[in-house]
Structures are given as C-alpha cells and as structure tokens.
Design a binder for this molecule. Structure first.
Ligand SMILES: [Zn+2]
Length: 413
C-alpha cells in the first residue's frame, strides 16, 4: 500500500478534529462512554466478517499497512475491557483472511485493533443501528484484494455484497441470463433456495441449543438435491455455508439468476412455547407498495427490467407497470404458497391453514413469486426435536418439492 504516509498525515489531522468534537460532546454531558459488549468473527470462503457490538455507536478510523499486511482500526472513546482482550482467541486457525488480532489501549481515549492478514485485503467498514436483539454494531468485512474475474464469476455474492454495502444493489446486470422459453418446458425452471439467517445471525435458538440457521441450511440442501433430480429444474442457494448475507443481497441473487421461484426457509419461534406447526408467507400488498417506490427510486439504469417489462422513462407509466407486475407476482406467490402449504399439511402440523401475508424484505423481488416457509417452531420442545431429525427435514423438503411440481404443472394451463 503506497499511500501510508498520506493516510497517516490525514489521520493526524482527523485526530485533531475528532478530539475537538469529542470534547464538545462531553461538555454537553451526553457522551455516554460506549462499551464493547460482544465481538464475533465469522470466516467464510468469500470474506471474513468481524462484528463489534456496542452500547452506543462506535467512532473509528482505519488505515492499512503492508509487509506484513495489516489493517489498523482506532476506536475512539472506548476502554479496553475483557471482551476486547479475548478477541484474538476468536480467530480461527483456518480463517482464509485473518491471521490474528492485537488489541491495546493506544491512548487514554482510543483502543487500537491491529488485524494481521494472511493476504492482501480490501476492507469494508460500516456501522449498523440496533435491530432485534442486536445493539449498535461496527462491521469490518475483509474481502480479498486480488479477486480474479474468474473467481468473481464463480461467486457473484462478492460483487453483490460490495454493491449492497454501497447501497446500490439493483443496478446489477444479470450474469446468468435465463434462456428464452417456458420455464420447466423449453428451459429449466430456476429455483432460488434461501436458507434463512447464517453467520453471526443464528436465527431462533431452541431450548436445547438447536440453531435455526443450521437446520434451515440442512433442509435447503435436501431441497436442492430433490430439485436437481428433476430433469427440467435448476436450483441455486443464496447461501450454502454458515455465512451472514443481507436480506437485499438474497433478493438480488435471485434476480441475478433470473429465478422463477424464490423459497426462504425458516423455523419459527414464539414466547409461548406451545405454539407449533408450519406456516407459509407471501408478500403483502402493503409491503409491496413501499418496496415499489424504493425499487423505482434506486433503479436509475435505463436497461433495468421489471418482470420482462423495460422501463419507459415515464415515471407514472413505470409506476403503473410496476404495480401490475407486482400484483401478478403476489398472486402467483399466493398460489405457489397454497400448493406448498397443502403438501406440508399432508404430513405435518400446520400453524395456520391459509397462506399468510407480511412485508418481509426477503420476499420483495418484484418479479419473482416468493414464499417464506416457517417449517416448525424451534421454540416448541417437541418440534425442536423433530427439526433435528433427518426424517422430518427430508419430509419438509419433499413437501416443498411436491408444491413446486404442482405449481409448475399449472403454470401454462
Ligand atoms: Zn428465521
């Protein structure tokens, strides 16, 4: 990295500014000292994610050093605590990108993290606001710097994640354009399987420690095997390892592969542990309306298509077209969901006998019939046991498969 000196000079300047700023905040008396309350490190084949969870939002600066390759992150207004001290213990030996982390109190108000790397890295840092049980988070994603075009083709996730982090996911041109023709007849029906959660997000956790993210990945893999056995279908997975993937990226992956169907697989949880049974969700019209506006606002690319309809450039016309496409998609999703729910109901308990509708972000592809299957309640002791068994996992996968077959059978009637 050639611009170290430049970085350092700039850093000194910034430090001065930050010191002034911190001083002014503490004078107001609002400056609650941020506490780092958890650290998580998730290596995967495409990138390693390091998450620092804290009581209030963290202020940081980062710079890179070479020979050996290092990333230095200075976190301001934080004191070294036992959680930070244990950070290096979380680094796994087989992590493809991260070798070790050294943590120290750099000055009175700054904790310095020095990440030693196994290869040249393009880091991406961003903060996330509290959501669900998570507090404020500072996320450090370590991507390999020298990704060849070949690798990028093999794993569109990398490119997608980068775009996503730039808030720019919709502009992507599809890499795997579907062949023309009717799905399941003249060309394979393309199914995107989306095992929920993953990586630092375990999903729901049963009383015996069963993690939703593990179960749904197993069911997803079983479903993929069943789909691939059909001659006229092709399955893709949004994740096939224990990795965190943002919801929008899951949708973007489905659109990128021009999927004909999208199936998100989950296991439910509820405070009342007697709740049980499977449910199937489709997108609600209300959830769709807000996503329509968002989609149109974000897709400035003239070549963007929605459900095979090109944008006209006329905002009013585009909105109308989008509404039409989305309405058709929701109706298809409801039909698809009904087919799946009916098959699941033959062998398993149903939580609700009708396809429910909600504004789940993962169902918001405007042009792909999408459903979310809550396979059972992991919070229910009996169902947690069942979810762990191969027999139940296989049965759910087979039921979803039968639903896909039924849906595709009626596609061209
Ligand atoms: Zn879930």
């Amino acid at each position: 990295m050639s611009n170290n000196n430049h970085d350092l000079t700039r850093r000194r300047l910034l430090q001065g500014v930050a010191a002034t700023w911190l001083l002014s905040v503490s004078q107001i008396g609002l400056a609650a000292t941020p506490q780092v309350i958890a650290v998580r490190i998730w290596p995967s084949s495409t990138y390693t994610r390091i998450t620092l969870e804290s009581s209030t939002s963290l202020k940081y600066k980062k710079f890179s050093l070479s020979s050996p390759e290092r990333i230095v992150i200075d976190i301001e207004g934080v004191h070294l605590n036992s959680i930070l001290k244990q950070m290096n213990g979380l680094v796994q030996k087989n992590d493809p990108y991260l070798k070790q982390v050294r943590v120290g109190q750099f000055d009175k108000n700054t904790v310095r993290l020095v990440m030693e790397l196994k290869q040249s890295i393009k880091p991406q840092l961003f903060v996330l606001k509290p959501v669900a049980e998570f507090r404020n988070r500072l996320v450090v994603d370590l991507y390999p710097a020298n990704v060849t075009t070949k690798q990028e083709e093999d794993d569109p996730l990398l490119a997608l994640l980068e775009d996503y982090n730039k808030g720019d996911m919709v502009k992507d041109e599809p890499v795997v354009a579907a062949q023309p023709g009717r799905a399941g007849r003249e060309r394979p029906l393309i199914v995107m399987i989306d095992p929920g959660h993953g990586g630092e997000d375990p999903g729901a956790i049963g009383r015996n420690g069963t993690r939703e993210k593990d179960i749904v990945l197993q069911i997803g893999r079983r479903l993929r095997t069943l789909i691939e056995r059909q001659g006229n279908m092709k399955a893709y997975m949004t994740r096939n390892e224990d990795v965190f993937i943002p919801l929008k990226v899951r949708v973007a992956k489905a659109r990128k592969q021009r999927a004909d169907l999208f199936i998100s697989i989950h296991a439910d949880a509820f405070t009342n542990r007697s709740a049980k049974g499977a449910s199937v969700f489709a997108l609600s019209k209300k959830g769709a309306t807000s996503s329509a506006a968002q989609f149109l606002a974000k897709s400035q690319n003239e070549s963007d298509e929605i459900g095979g309809v090109s944008r006209s450039g006329d905002r009013y016309l585009d909105n109308t077209m989008f509404d039409l496409v989305q309405t058709v998609t929701i109706n298809d999703s409801l039909k698809f969901g009904k087919d799946v729910l009916a098959r699941i109901g033959k062998h398993a308990t149903l939580h609700k006998k009708k396809v429910e509708q909600a504004g789940f972000a993962v169902l918001k592809a405007p042009d792909i019939p999408s459903i979310l299957v809550e396979t059972a309640f992991i919070s229910n002791l009996g169902e947690e046991q069942k979810l762990r068994t191969k027999a139940f996992q296989q049965q759910i996968a087979q039921s979803i498969m039968a639903g896909i077959v039924e849906y595709s059978r009626t596609l061209y009637k």
